[in-house]
Every structure is written in C-alpha cells, then in structure tokens.
Design a binder for this molecule. Structure first.
Ligand code: PHE
Length: 347
C-alpha cells in the first residue's frame, strides 16, 4: 500500500506540473481526489490492514492528499496568472491613437425657418397649435364652405382612406381654423404649422407632401388692412426690409375677399430668365407664390357658432418650403426632402 500511495503522489504531482489549463486541473482533481478517485480507492482498502499498520498508512495517505491539494492550488494559481497575462496582452489599448470625432448635426434648414417664423408670430401674440394630418372631409372641406363637387375634393387631387370620401390626408392646414374656432371664442389669434398632402407630381416647386403654416385672427373690427400689415411685417422680418412682395386677387371658398401673396424670385430677381434661359425656380414668372389669404367668410364663422355681425377675421396659409427656399436661396424644392448631407451641411 505504501508503494501505491507513493506512486499516486508522484504521478499526480508530475501530471499537475504538466497541466496548462483550468479544465485539465479539474480533471486531475477528480482523477486523484474525487469520490471515485484513486486515493479514495486506496483508502477504502485500509480496513484490511493490521492495527499497527493502519495509523502509519493513514498518516501517509493524509500527507499524500495534502501534497496533492497544495500542488493543485499552486498549479491553479499559476494557470490563472498566465490566463490573466495573456488577456492583458491581447486587450492592450493604444491610448495615443487619435479619437473618432463626433459629428454634430443641426436642425434641418426647413425647421430653422419654421422656428424663425413661429418666433415672429409668437411675438405678435399668436398661439401655436398642432392638428391631425388624417382629417375628416367635413373639416377639410365642408365646414370651410367647399361644396360637394368642388375640384379640390376630386380623387385625382386628394388622398382618401375610405370609399365614401369622408376620411383623408388633409390637403391644407385650413381645417385647423374650424378646429380652433370650435374650441375658442374671439378674440383669438392662432398659428397652426403642419404637413399637408396632395396628389401633385414633384418638380422644382411642387411635392406631394409639403408644409403649410395656417394663421387665423378673429376679433371685432378686423380688416384686410390688418391682414396685409401682419403679412408684410412677417415678410420683412424674414427677408429684410427691402423684401419685394405683391398681393393678387384670388378666390378661396372660405375667405371673402381672397388674395395670394407672391415673393420676387430670389434666383432671377423678378426677370423670369437667367442667362437667356427661362428661370427654373419660378418657371419664368419672376415671382413665387408663397401664400393664400383672405377675410374669413361669414359662412365659416357661422359654421363655428361665431356671429359674423359682431366679429370678423382674417386667415392665411403660408407655404413653408417655398418660404424657406427664398430665405435660404434654395433653387429646387426637392433638395429640401432629399436629405443629402452635402446639401444640409451648407446651413
Ligand atoms: N388653404 C389655402 C391653400 O392651401 C390657403 C389659404 C389659407 C387661403 C387661409 C386663405 C386662407 O391654398
């Protein structure tokens, strides 16, 4: 038995010396010290020894176990230290490598101009509100005095969701006039910017989705002079005091009288042509239409429970993209939606 124990010790110590990873060490622990291991197997034979031999062999067995355990602990520590060293080497970081610069973005140019416009109107006492893009035909058309059969209600112009033509993508922000007058009483002063949708082909000044800024003022004694004053003020604040604008008579079912306001084309400066070619930004007009406006139609006031004998008001709908084009000297509206960073970085 003595030889057996000595052999186990020698073999175990040699094997532990040669082991290089944690799994090999664990296998050796099981092989020698485990419940079914070699040392345990020898100890089980103890009972067969004589009374004198038993304590001697017992002691020897204990030192063998202690030696193996100690060697195992040392080998484990060594393997772990090696593993740590290898990891540290592999994970070395070169702190002298230059950092990756963080690219700072900024507001989209159209939002910059929107913010500018909102600030100016807020300064004049307007309340800025938001409204639904999916709208009812009754708000988008009917209560705005746009009768059945009006061309703008046609399926070739408007995106409808249902067969009865009752739910649609709003074609203008004007339904916000109704929504606001339904919930507020005069005097009132509202600004409602947002997306609108029309079945338009995209070109330099058209897009099937664009933004409008609706304005509405209703109080006693509001006149067309107030409307012109408000619009000229805002144009001068955006474009400077030499801003060239013109008003043209127009027709909208929900305002009477109605007008449109144009801004002189920033590309051809009203000439209509550049280097002998028709100006592509204004299609040769020399002017770019920026907004529709007018005095709120008495019928529309009545539709919202407001007495047209007592109150009057004006409304306008500004085309945001076109206003931004003039403000930032952008020649093609599609650039605003392309989101090419080479374009966006210029602002
Ligand atoms: N909603 C009209 C349009 O989209 C513009 C407008 C707004 C006209 C308010 C008059 C008053 O063309």
């Amino acid at each position: 038995m003595k030889e057996q124990l000595e052999r186990i010790r020698q073999e175990a110590l040699e094997m532990l010396d040669a082991a290089t990873d944690a799994q090999a060490l664990e296998n050796l622990r099981v092989k020698y010290l485990g419940k079914k291991g070699e040392l345990t197997a020898v100890l089980k034979l103890m009972g067969k020894l004589s009374a004198e031999e038993r304590p001697i062999m017992g002691q020897l067995a204990n030192t063998v176990r202690a030696d193996i355990e100690q060697k195992l602990a040392e080998a484990k520590a060594q393997v772990e230290a090696k593993a740590l060293e290898a990891r540290l080497l592999a994970e070395t970081e070169d702190v002298t490598i230059p950092g990756v610069p963080v690219v700072m973005g900024h507001q989209h140019p159209m939002n910059m101009v929107l913010q500018e416009i909102k600030d100016i109107f807020v300064g004049m006492g307007y309340q800025v509100v938001d409204g639904p893009e999916v709208e009812l035909a009754s708000y988008n058309f009917t209560r705005l005095n746009i009768e059945e059969g009006h061309p703008s209600r046609d399926r070739s112009d408007t995106f409808y969701f249902d067969d009865k033509d009752e739910v649609l993508l709003r074609t203008q922000t004007s339904p916000m006039q109704i929504r606001y007058m339904e919930t507020h009483t005069p005097p009132l002063c509202m600004l409602a910017p947002g997306r609108v949708f029309r079945k338009d082909e995209a070109d330099a000044t058209h897009s099937p989705m664009f933004h409008q800024i609706e304005g509405l003022v209703v109080a006693e004694d509001i006149t067309m002079g107030d409307l012109k004053g408000a619009l000229i003020t805002i144009m001068q604040k955006i474009y400077g005091h030499d801003a060239q604008v013109r008003f043209r008579p127009h027709h909208f079912p929900f305002t009477e009288p109605s007008c449109e306001m144009d801004m002189q084309c920033h590309k051809c400066h009203g000439e209509g042509e550049v280097d002998g070619q028709i100006c592509s930004t204004c299609h040769g007009e020399g002017w770019i239409e920026l907004l529709g406006a007018g005095m709120v139609h008495p019928e529309v006031l009545r539709n919202c429970g407001i007495d047209p004998e007592k109150y009057s008001g004006f409304a306008f709908g500004i085309g945001l993209e076109r206003t931004a084009m003039g403000r930032l000297k952008i020649n093609d509206l599609r650039l605003i939606f392309d989101n090419d960073v080479r374009f966006l970085n210029q602002f």
